[in-house]
Design a protein around this ligand. Structure first.
Ligand code: FAD
Ligand code: DLZ
Ligand code: SF4
Length: 511
């Protein structure tokens, strides 16, 4: 009679609920499976990160528990999927019960739910306690609410966890310092070098394996400097707090040529696979505020992202699945242009954001939201294709966090659940928040014609194309009032420029 504790690649936490009360005779099982690596064709660097982190975690676990079984992707008996691997282990080790922490994705949870009847043994699915808001807590918050705005959810979380609180009031008497998170980049910015982890032999082996097995996947393996152990992830967090937190808030929305990381933390990949715990990150950053190492706009801005946005996004995912992955509220249908895979475009902002994504499996929030995402929104790209791209290219991407960000925050495909209005921006926004435009063949000041920044005419074309969906939204009234002042000729010019631009995106293969 042996119990199997099945641990997934994004459950690399020793505090995991499925590892509580671990019996001496229990088997802890982890497996690298082709189905996960190719379900969407993940970025090569992301695969190196996940597999190396999994191998390190299994090694660390086997130092304190005798029965850890790890199945390598290239093992001859590896069956290639979670279900088939589970079946193999059950048969080989005469397993009588499975204990598992609930998977983070709907697709995998559905598979796990079928195991009890498939394998004819009990399957105990435990809650994932690594989040600060349980699913049921989020559902009760959402119940009967007309609008599910992150800001109000965030305030409840602040009170519930007593974070940045002064009694019942927010520290500084203000909940949100968003308006102090929007400074344009300037010449005084001194950007610290990123803390880079030196790779070890395990990572080197994984790199060779990924290069061989997944050569047709997007992205660069080199250079690889991400942490793959909890110890190194903690060093990355400490480095962020010591070097970059101080300016994080002020320049949170800024974008600078050839500076992919700026003052961001780069911890999402560690949080999402379990190497770091959200509460410990929040508490460390709060401590930096109390120790006067960082200002309130940085500390609150950072805590809002984790205690607010991250938890809220997860809640929305579970509230809206299944079905959320096929929402297309604006009926957007255009295909993803080739340059999403190559970075080869004359638009400097997109070229920067996509090339850096290819190199690092990372882009910071405003690059994702206001450059790549904004383009996808304005160009009316098909949400299924856009979601797949975002799921593939980022080391921190799992459906539960990628999908609501893309379909909700960026594409307005959910009809306004996450965002009260589309985050649409013209070239002037990108020009204000970055220095990209000075290196671009287009001008952010030109509205139409060959030299005009495509974001400018695509912006107005978006409002024209989506009039029936958006005109009645009170938060977009201003845009439609401005549009109404454009004469017919101007509107025709906008549409003609947009159509010529869309035509130029169609590759010869598609014609
Ligand atoms: P920082 O700016 O240092 O922020 C700190 C932490 O806050 C992040 O590590 C992250 O855990 C959390 N956070 C911030 N914003 C969000 C958010 N909107 N949703 C959830 N968590 C947030 N984040 C992912 O973790 N995985 C994704 O697949 C993902 N896809 C995104 C797709 C789009 C289109 C957009 C607009 C955002 C997406 N985000 C995603 C959110 C955000 O862009 C990343 O979390 C952030 O860029 C990660 O970099 P960082 O760790 O340096 O973040
Ligand atoms: C992302 C990922 C990849 C690429 N590969 C694996 C894997 O081989 N084995 C594994 O256990 N987990 C992997 N993961 C993370 C899973 O996709 C993630 O745990 C599930 O989607 C959770 O529902
Ligand atoms: Fe991007 Fe337009 Fe600026 Fe070029 S001019 S970098 S396309 S915003």
């Amino acid at each position: 009679m042996t119990t199997l504790r099945f641990v997934f690649g994004d459950q690399l936490s020793t505090t995991l609920s499925s590892l509580e009360d671990l019996g001496k005779n229990d088997i802890v099982f982890m497996t690298e499976v082709n189905e996960e690596a190719t379900h969407v064709k993940h970025h090569k660097k992301k695969l190196v990160f996940i597999f190396s982190a999994m191998r390190h975690f299994a090694h660390a676990l086997s130092r304190r528990h005798d029965r850890v079984i790890y199945s390598y992707l290239t093992d001859s008996d590896n069956q290639g999927s979670f279900t088939k691997e589970c079946q193999r282990i059950i048969q080989k080790h005469n397993i009588s019960k499975i204990i598992i922490t609930e998977p983070s994705e709907y697709r995998v949870l559905e598979a796990v739910k079928s195991w009890e009847s498939l394998f004819k043994i009990p399957v105990e699915i435990r809650q994932d306690e690594r989040f600060l808001c349980s699913k049921s807590r989020f559902f009760s918050w959402a119940k009967d609410k007309k609008q599910l705005r992150m800001e109000f959810f965030y305030r409840e979380m602040r009170k519930e966890w007593d974070i940045l609180m002064d009694g019942s009031n927010p520290v500084g008497n203000q909940w949100n310092y968003d308006d102090e998170n929007r400074k344009s980049p300037d010449k005084n910015m001194i950007i610290p070098d990123l803390f880079k982890v030196k790779e070890d032999a395990i990572t080197q082996t994984v790199k060779d394996m990924v290069a061989e097995q997944f050569s047709d996947h997007f992205g660069d393996i080199e250079p690889f400097h991400y942490a793959v152990t909890r110890e190194d992830a903690l060093l990355c967090l400490a480095d962020f707090i010591n070097q970059r937190l101080v300016s994080y808030g002020t320049y949170q929305d800024a974008m600078v040529m050839d500076e992919p990381f700026l003052y961001h933390s780069l911890i999402s990949l560690y949080l999402n696979c379990g190497l770091l715990d959200p509460l410990e990150c929040i508490l460390e950053v709060q401590k930096a505020y109390h120790n006067k190492k960082a200002p309130l706009n940085s500390v609150e801005g950072f805590i809002r992202q984790i205690l607010g946005w991250r938890e809220y996004i997860r809640g929305i995912y579970w509230l809206k699945m299944p079905g959320y992955d096929h929402e297309n509220g604006l009926n957007a249908h255009r295909s993803l242009p080739d340059f999403f895979w190559t970075g080869q475009t004359s638009m400097a902002c997109l070229k920067q954001a996509i090339t850096q994504t290819k190199e690092n499996a990372y882009a910071h929030h405003i690059q994702r939201l206001m450059v790549i995402g904004n383009f996808a929104l304005l160009a009316g790209l098909n949400p299924v294709e856009v979601n797949e791209w975002f799921h593939i290219v980022y080391a921190d991407a799992y459906e539960w966090v990628e999908l609501p960000n893309v379909s909700g925050m960026v594409l307005f495909a959910d009809g306004g659940v996450v965002a009260s209005k589309p985050y649409a921006g013209s070239g002037s926004y990108i020009n204000k928040m970055s220095n990209y435009c000075t290196n671009c063949v287009y001008s952010p000041h030109d509205k139409n014609g060959k030299k005009a920044c495509p974001f400018n005419y695509l912006y107005w074309n978006f409002f024209i194309e989506n009039k029936e969906h958006l005109e009645k939204n009170p938060r977009i009234g201003m845009a439609y009032r401005t549009l109404a002042r454009f004469d017919d000729k101007k509107q025709e010019t906008i549409q003609a420029d947009a159509m010529a631009f869309f035509d130029s995106l169609i590759s010869y293969d598609d014609v």
